[in-house]
Design a protein around this ligand. Structure first.
Ligand SMILES: [Zn+2]
Ligand SMILES: [Zn+2]
Ligand SMILES: [Zn+2]
Length: 253
């Protein structure tokens, strides 16, 4: 299994429009963060977690040619607004793409992308999608996927576990039952936005307490704001924990 961090930025992206802070003005490419998405390459194909506004740019950068399924964590704009850009993948495969999510997420996708799910004039290009509601473990691209229900403030969000890899972003609280689903991980990706507390996201301290409890082999923080400089933050994080960055690839043996 191979993981590619397509995007690692919080909802504004980094740099933030109109901001002159040190991180936004940094020349370190690792401080340049497009909105969050993750490509998980399994034996049976490619799974993409979320389709953010820069999805097209990310897919071009990574030379992505195939998507077998999209796993949606939730339907905030920064996680779904690139969905229309899966059209070339429909054309390449000749197939529709299964999109997985919880009831709330699929409801918002139907509303936000209503043109996809209603008849429109012939000739207009629309993505071919099949929405699949997640109510428990399921299989996509031959991989068994375990949904991990977590809370993003009051919004129910799904993390996903595939083998010994788990991806949990936009989360302020992981219920006890879900903590148990995250035991014995080789690699954990966790949404951690900054040092200061936040109502709907974990900060660095929250993230480290999850790591302390679960003790995954390796942890990457993602969904990062301009408040965290890549190099200085990484230097201060404990062994086995680091900030992800756009384009980072990680092999799970
Ligand atoms: Zn987000
Ligand atoms: Zn800034
Ligand atoms: Zn969100």
């Amino acid at each position: 299994m191979n993981i590619v961090f397509m995007g690692t930025g919080t909802s504004h992206g980094v740099p933030v429009i109109g901001c002159d802070c040190r991180v936004c003005k940094s020349t370190d490419p690792k401080n340049n963060r497009t909105r969050c998405s993750c490509l998980v390459q399994v034996l049976g194909g490619n799974l993409v977690i979320d389709t953010p506004p820069e999805f097209r740019v990310q897919a071009l950068r990574e030379n992505l040619r195939r998507i077998d399924a999209v796993l949606f964590t939730h339907a905030h704009a920064d996680h779904i607004f690139g969905l229309d850009d899966v059209r070339p993948f429909n054309e390449l495969s000749g197939k529709s793409i299964h999109c997985y999510g919880n009831t709330q997420t699929l409801g918002i996708l139907r509303q936000t992308f209503s043109y996809v799910f209603s008849p429109t004039q012939a000739g207009g290009g629309k993505p071919k999608l099949e929405l699949v509601e997640v109510n428990g473990p399921f299989e996509a691209a031959g991989a068994r996927i375990v949904p991990i229900p977590v809370w993003h403030g009051r919004v129910p969000v799904l993390g996903y576990r595939i083998g010994s890899f788990a991806y949990v972003t936009d989360c302020s609280r992981i219920p006890e039952e879900s903590m148990r689903l995250l035991e014995g991980l080789h690699t954990l990706v966790l949404g951690v936005i900054r040092h200061e507390p936040h109502e709907t996201h974990m900060n660095v301290e929250d993230g480290l307490s999850v790591v302390e409890r679960l003790r995954p082999g390796k942890t990457f923080f993602t969904h990062i704001t301009h408040r965290l400089d890549h190099e200085t933050t990484n230097a201060a994080l404990p062994d086995g924990v680091q900030l992800a960055y756009d384009g980072l690839q990680w092999d799970l043996v």
